[in-house]
Design a protein around this ligand. Structure first.
Ligand SMILES: [Zn+2]
Length: 95
């Protein structure tokens, strides 16, 4: 009973995230965009930033192109609905 169809975090992300490959990754500044200093979770808008940033998470599930980030909490809440592909060996310990 963890899935709620009317969850406020759901806003059409299935359109581009359904079934995609995700990789657990440390957040880093993109090599092709050195001025980019943070991203947000696609669902709850939690902030991701570099390791020195005290107000941000430092790792999460990223799409292969690293343009979309999903926090651990939202990953677990939505993984059954959105059917992401993740290699088991990459998953961190559960919260
Ligand atoms: Zn989130």
């Amino acid at each position: 009973m963890t899935e709620k169809p009317d969850d406020w975090r759901m806003a059409g992300q299935e359109a581009y995230l359904l079934g995609v490959q995700l990789t657990w990754s440390n957040w880093t500044i993109p090599a092709d965009n050195p001025n980019w200093d943070h991203d947000h979770c696609e669902f709850c808008w939690s902030k991701f930033g570099k390791a020195e940033a005290s107000d941000a998470e430092h790792a999460g599930y990223a799409t292969v192109d690293r343009r979309h980030w999903i926090c651990l909490r939202c990953f677990h809440d939505f993984k059954n609905r959105i059917q992401w592909k993740v290699e088991l060996s990459q998953q961190p310990d559960l919260l």
